[in-house]
Design a binder for this molecule. Sequence first.
Ligand code: NAD
Length: 258
Amino acid sequence: TRTYIVTGSASGIGAATAAILKERGNTVIGVDLRNADVEADLSTPEGRSAAVAKAVELAGGNVDAVIACAGISAPAPITVAVNFFGVTDFLTALVPVLAKSSAPRAAVVSSMASLQPNSPELVDAMLAGNEEEALRIGQTLADSGPQTGYLNYPSSKRALSRWVRRESISPAFAGNGIPLNAVAPGTVVSAMTRDLLSTPEGRAMVDANVPMPLNGHSDPEVIARLLIWLTSEENSHTTGQTIYTDGGADATLRGDDI
Ligand code: NAD
């Protein structure tokens, strides 16, 4: 059996991923703000390094895969700190440990929102690894109102999918034999969407992008099962991909642009 580190393990997609992995006999070290093996705040550099150190210690130094699910959708720069730097810094710090596994794998959670309008300036600051500048731009967007503040979310996911594409072919990941991919969900029924889905107006807003949704909103397990395949030994050659598991949102929004 394999040892997995799963972030966001206390709720939604992360919780479903941890549960299925355990059912299948794997060892899971969960990371979250609360109710986890490792309780840490991935929005800060200190929280990330503390989380890495504790998780590796609990794993006895042997980690086969990392699945990063922790994320938020607040119309504020903390969304950039958690969804981008809380994933990329965390994964990068774990590469030397993963590299010791005979079948190391990594996967992250992007979103169909990666295809929505975003702030290119903010995306570039994230990809440049400049957290201070990214948070400054994110705060400026938030200060202009909730609609521009929301751009923090699609920007964080666009940058994350692009980071996956770039890093997948790097010495760190490809060089160490580590497939690196993202799963991009459509609308998943979880704590993140509970309020939005509880009103007809909220549901209409969420569904606006997908006129012909395949099989409706998904349960977290749907996303979990693909994350688990991508980080299994079976996946040897799929890398750098963002796989849209979104009931048709990507096919609708991006159309022929492929
Ligand atoms: P969720 O709210 O149920 O779970 C997210 C988890 O991340 C929570 O347990 C939360 O405590 C944790 N988290 C948040 N901030 C953290 C921090 N600073 N440090 C450590 N942990 C932190 O939501 P979910 O739907 O399971 O979301 C999981 C991922 O899926 C997120 O990256 C989200 O952006 C993405 N996603 C969700 C949807 C959806 O419709 N729910 C759609 C597309 C993408």
